[in-house]
Design a protein. Structure first.
Length: 287
């Protein structure tokens, strides 16, 4: 039976019993001073939704995620859906429903969205869901979401995204050592790799303060824009190379630019570049 329907049944039995008891007491009490019990006492919004056939909170969560992933919903309405979603998962029961509803994976994937506001809201929702919730904290480890949050907190180009990523990290690591250890391993250069006690709030706060104060160093990296990969050519090494044309500027953090240089791959698409990595070096211009 639906838990809300079961609760509704229990409420109706209790209400009927109290009404009968109240009637008997009134018959035995000539003063008539006993106030009748409030018939709505004990009813929850979920029970009322079940009674009147409205969508459950689980249905609302799924509908919000569908809107967030839909190409037909504009950004303004996606952000409204995200705000509703965040309010729903403030309830620990709803936060724990993210896994059975299959919503954790798409939520984490939204951390990579091209729109800063979508990344911001994804980090915000994650921070809300994992707060004081060990089950949800563990899910971030399973989904390998913590390195991504650290990357957003230290390298995203948008300050509000970095701020919400720190909030999510803070919620994820407090009193949960596995998450703290994962975050420590993912910190960029300049941060200590010494173990931090997840139960030591002063130590946790010190790390969060450092992350909030972190100022990424950005460079402008000019790279070739891809053509259609339908006509690859072969390099002298025998590797297939995608034809390229034109240029565009990517605003990326220095670590990402250096990774791009080392790998010889496009920083966004991952497609192999058609020239040697050192050819990009003259185009790395400090912002």
């Amino acid at each position: 039976m639906d838990p809300n329907m079961n609760s509704l049944l229990k409420w109706s039995i209790k209400a009927a019993t109290e009404e009968q008891s109240s009637g008997e007491n009134n018959n035995n009490n000539n003063s008539g001073n006993n106030a009748p019990a409030d018939p709505s006492r004990g009813l929850t919004p979920q029970m009322l939704s079940t009674l009147f056939g409205g969508p459950s909170e689980a249905d609302l969560m799924k509908a919000a995620m569908e809107a967030l992933r839909s190409d037909e919903v504009d950004l303004e309405n996606k952000l409204i859906a995200f705000d509703n979603f965040e309010q729903l998962i403030e309830s620990i029961d709803n936060a724990n429903n993210l896994e059975p509803l299959g919503l954790w994976t798409p939520l984490v994937e939204l951390l990579d969205h091209k729109e800063p506001d979508m990344r911001r809201m994804a980090a915000w929702c994650i921070g809300t869901a994992v707060q004081n919730n060990e089950k949800a904290q563990d899910k971030l480890i399973v989904l390998n979401a913590l390195p991504k949050l650290v990357s957003l907190a230290t390298a995203d180009t948008t300050p509000v995204v970095r701020k919400k990523a720190v909030y999510a990290i803070s919620s994820a690591v407090r009193n949960y050592q596995p998450a703290m250890d994962e975050v420590t391993k993912s910190l960029p250069e300049g941060y200590s790799r010494d173990k931090i006690d997840a139960g030591d709030m002063d130590a946790v706060d010190a790390l969060m303060d450092k992350l909030r104060a972190h100022k990424p160093t950005f460079v402008t990296c000019t790279v070739d824009r891809m053509l259609s990969p339908s006509k690859p050519t072969s390099s002298s090494s025998g590797e297939h190379v995608v034809p390229l044309r034109g240029t565009r500027a990517l605003r990326v953090d220095r670590a990402r630019a250096l990774t791009m240089l080392a790998s010889g791959r496009h920083a966004v698409t991952g497609t192999r570049l058609s020239y040697e990595a050192q050819a990009i070096r003259p185009h790395l211009i400090p912002k």
